[in-house]
Design a protein. Structure first.
Length: 307
């Protein structure tokens, strides 16, 4: 299928076969250059930095049973992760370029940061496999019984940043962003799109994920056997094999891989202009509570082009 297991061979396949239904799968590593920690990296990952919350286990912060019992740790963490604190990476704009060129079928993302939307990717191209902060719902009291009321991101964010636990005005149940916790069903859109989109894909790009959380981890196996797959990641994950004849592997940062693939596909300059146009001279300089923080992101990635 591919001439070899390189990103160059993958790009050549896309061009020669006029691929129009590319599916992109993205994980937490996709947003780390925006300053958002991933979950599992030692010392720097989100789970390794949750000791201050005195949780039964790091994963408890996203466990619906524990949330009903004690919602405080999640909402303290939510302050750090809420949309508006971070800006898209070069990778997010790469996916937007794919959509604008008419060759993106779908972007399935594990991320809850909504940076795809912030980058301007049309929501029809996005499947937020684990939900997002984009909306919220009443989840009731200590059991999955709720009044069904929906709330806006802004309503919940105002409560959270005022150090108030969001509660439903109708039933006083807990109001939680529509992030999929352990113990909850995955979003209907994920279940609806998964089989059809992966079957229709004519190329697959997997970026910045450990492929350890199911069922998302099974998605690379859902494409047809003749469909080439590219992994852009710091580590080799899943069953990707550069010697398989269908897989290409780029081991490195997500932004570096996306920049290189954009160059190989002939739209590097457009990608740079898009990223610079969106961020100007304040690329990825994030406002946080109590001050500002400069984050390695678009500027850092673009700087490497001259090396």
């Amino acid at each position: 299928i591919l001439s070899d297991g390189t990103i160059q061979a993958f790009a050549k396949y896309i061009q020669e076969n006029n691929c129009k239904n590319i599916v992109v799968l993205t994980g937490a590593g996709f947003s780390t250059s925006a300053g958002i920690p991933d979950f599992r990296s030692p010392e720097t990952g989100l789970y390794s930095n949750l000791e201050k919350y005195n949780l039964p286990s790091p994963e408890s912060v996203f466990d619906i049973g524990y949330f009903w019992e004690n919602p405080n740790p999640f909402f303290m963490l939510a302050k750090e992760l809420y949309p508006g604190n971070f800006k898209p990476t070069i990778g997010h704009y790469f996916v937007k370029q794919l959509s604008e060129k008419g060759i993106l079928l779908r972007n399935f993302t594990q991320n809850i940061d909504t940076l795809e939307r912030v980058a301007g990717i049309d929501e029809n191209f996005i499947v937020e496999a684990h939900g997002s902060f984009g909306s919220a719902s009443c989840v009731g009291h200590y059991e999955p019984l709720d009044c069904g009321r929906k709330f806006s991101q802004e309503w919940v964010k105002e409560k959270v940043f005022a150090n108030t636990i969001p509660r439903c005005p109708d039933c006083a149940g807990l109001v939680k962003p529509d992030i999929t916790f352990f113990g909850e069903k995955l979003p209907k859109r994920f279940m609806d799109r998964r089989v059809e989109d992966l079957t229709d894909a004519d190329a697959l790009i997997v970026i910045g994920t450990s492929l350890k959380v199911v069922p998302f981890a099974h998605l690379p196996d859902d494409v047809r056997l003749h469909v080439p797959r590219l992994l852009i990641n710091n580590d080799l994950v899943g069953d990707f094999d550069a010697d398989s004849g269908r897989d290409a592997v780029f081991l490195g940062s997500c932004d570096d891989g996306c920049l290189l693939l954009a160059e190989l596909l002939g739209f590097k300059e457009e990608l740079i202009q898009m990223a610079e146009g969106k961020h100007g001279k304040e690329n990825n300089t994030e406002k946080e509570l109590g001050g500002t923080k400069d984050v390695d992101g678009v500027d850092d990635a673009l700087a490497k082009l001259s090396i």
